[in-house]
Design a protein around this ligand. Structure first.
Ligand SMILES: Nc1ncnc2c1ncn2[C@@H]1O[C@H](COP(=O)(O)OP(=O)(O)OP(=O)(O)O)[C@@H](O)[C@H]1O
Length: 305
């Protein structure tokens, strides 16, 4: 497998509209490492679906190049299409057939053994419900069946466009677990979303876009950086505050507790312990992807205004 499962260079898509030219994707360099779950994040209308449609040969780029699993596409799409699964639009399943029957129809049409159906049903957590009719499925189960259908071919790369759209929290959790399992099993997953909180929990790396342009890309740790602030709970806040400030640390308040800016929590514990001030809590205040994303996209809105 190449190091990058997906790579685009200078990818651009312009649409002609009655009001002129709309740039949906603006010279996007996308690099999705092979293995793990990669978040493709951006607000509504930032060009995620258009990018995915171009990768899958469903829309033609205005300019730029793309590679899927090392092969240039769309030129070599037939060579990789069997190794790529995608859920872009709601797939058509027969409402009166069971989930299992729907998958069997599909597996036979693409020449995959029936035993694959058992495997994919298990992977997406539909065992026990696969003999229920499709029309009785919740939205989350329908979405998991759609993912199961793409897994029949045992793809190396799975592209999911907003798979949690319209789901309730329980449905979102189920999809999240399914995607986490897939990432752990070695499939590369590109997961597009505008909802960050849930994506942060499953992604190993992410690309953030705004107005079709790349705003940031990297592993989640790289994007967020290390934790540089901690929340402290101590019996005597005033004494702790004084001791920390005397050591040159910046101290503030966080939900009624102390907040100290440092990247060395051990030193904080030692410093307070030496003054007989004992902590009942010391927890990192992590930046989350959500606030990072909101800051980035807000700055982008401002810049393009
Ligand atoms: N066929 C089209 N004709 C004209 N404009 C289009 C077309 N398809 C998409 N666009 C425009 O391109 C921009 C990017 O849309 P796109 O659907 O790719 O964004 P997105 O990030 O996937 O958003 P969402 O999260 O809402 O799906 C939008 O401004 C959209 O209106």
């Amino acid at each position: 497998m190449p190091d990058l499962a997906i790579q685009t260079q200078g990818l651009r898509k312009e649409f002609r509209t009655r009001r002129g030219t709309r740039v949906a994707v603006a010279d996007l360099d996308l690099a999705v490492p092979a293995g793990g779950v990669h978040g493709f994040l951006g607000p509504n209308g930032s060009g995620k679906t258009t990018t995915i449609r171009m990768l899958l040969g469903l829309a033609r780029p205005t300019s730029g190049t793309m590679r899927l699993l090392g092969e240039p596409v769309p030129e070599r799409l037939p060579a990789v299409v069997d190794r790529v699964g995608a859920v872009v639009e709601s797939p058509k399943f027969s409402p009166n057939l069971t989930g299992r029957q729907n998958l069997l129809l599909l597996s036979r049409s693409i020449g995959v053994p029936d035993t694959r159906v058992d495997a994919v049903v298990e992977t997406v957590g539909l065992s026990g419900r696969d003999r229920d009719r499709y029309k009785a499925y919740s939205l989350g189960m329908k979405q998991r069946l759609a993912i199961a259908a793409t897994l029949l071919k045992e793809p190396d790369l799975l592209i999911l466009d907003e798979p949690t759209n319209g789901l309730d929290p329980a449905g979102i959790r189920e999809i999240r677990e399914t995607i986490r399992g897939l990432g752990a099993s070695g499939v590369t997953v590109l997961l597009s979303s505008h909802i960050l909180a849930e994506v942060q929990q499953v992604c190993t790396s992410a690309t953030i876009v705004g107005h079709g342009r790349l705003l940031a890309s990297g592993t989640v740790e790289e994007l967020l950086g290390g934790s540089t602030a901690y929340r402290l709970v101590v019996p005597d806040q005033a004494a702790a505050r004084e001791a920390l400030a005397a050591a040159g640390l910046t101290v503030g308040e966080e939900d009624g507790a102390l907040r100290v800016e440092t990247d060395d929590p051990v030193a904080v514990t030692r410093l307070l312990g030496a003054r007989d001030i004992w902590l009942s809590e010391l927890s990192p205040l992590r930046a989350d992807l959500e606030s990072f994303f909101l800051d980035l996209t807000a700055a982008d809105q401002e810049a393009t205004r």
